[in-house]
Design a binder for this molecule. Structure first.
Ligand SMILES: [Zn+2]
Length: 219
């Protein structure tokens, strides 16, 4: 999984701390990477945290600690709201509550034609990393589609291979159904408090014979 960055000015300018990010929202760009990056580079427009191109390369657009503008639902237009995820805790601030609480990932391509195996593989690794960094399970409750949240959106769409998508999410789940045990979570939060990178914590827990298990697939 190669990566590079193409920063967008469309971001909240905030510094989210552990607990603020609670879910992941998946999108389809509905076009090329170049076109999307042009849109994201335009002041006053849209953004997401990452885009995954057809070859699986990840482009960083907004830092995970900042808010990106990828969902309009659960903001100031209630008519757009579809299904409220359980992780979307009450939020009283400037942004859509979903944008405030999530990381947005765009898959390059079209909803009607679907995505590549390389994209699902990168998505798998990314969901695992994001969930690990922010301390939640990468399961089907936490990883949601734009379509599930917003009335006027269908992405990532009918062409999406849902088995591959949920297969990726399932593989990424650090703790399976129910996610982290309380002990695992405490360790991750401790590492966060010390200012260290939590991404290596899973390995330590596994070496210690801890409770990390491969998850069961859920929809
Ligand atoms: Zn979308």
């Amino acid at each position: 999984m190669r990566s590079w960055s193409s920063p967008s000015p469309n971001r909240g300018g905030v510094c989210r701390v552990p607990g603020d990010v609670r879910g992941i929202v998946l999108h389809s760009i509905e076009g090329s990477l170049e076109g999307a990056l042009r849109t994201f580079a335009r002041q006053g427009g849209l953004s997401a945290h990452y885009a995954i191109d057809c070859g699986g390369t990840v482009v960083g657009i907004v830092l995970e600690g900042d808010v990106a503008f990828h969902v309009a639902a659960f903001g100031n237009r209630p008519a757009l709201d579809r299904t409220r995820p359980a992780w979307l805790v009450p939020y009283d601030g400037w942004f859509s509550a979903v944008n405030a609480r999530s990381v947005g990932i765009e898959l390059v391509g079209f909803a009607r034609t679907g995505f590549t195996a390389a994209q699902y593989a990168s998505l798998d690794a990314m969901c695992a990393g994001i969930a690990m960094r922010w301390g939640f399970p990468a399961d089907a409750d936490r990883v949601v589609t734009h379509a599930s949240l917003q009335m006027d959106r269908l992405d990532p769409g009918d062409g999406c291979d849902w088995d591959a998508l949920w297969g990726a999410v399932w593989t990424a789940s650090p703790g399976g159904i129910g996610g982290w045990s309380e002990g695992d979570r405490e360790i991750v939060e401790l590492v966060w408090a010390l200012g260290a990178d939590a991404s290596g914590v899973r390995g330590w827990i596994e070496r210690l014979g801890g409770t990390m298990r491969r998850g069961k697939r859920v929809r």
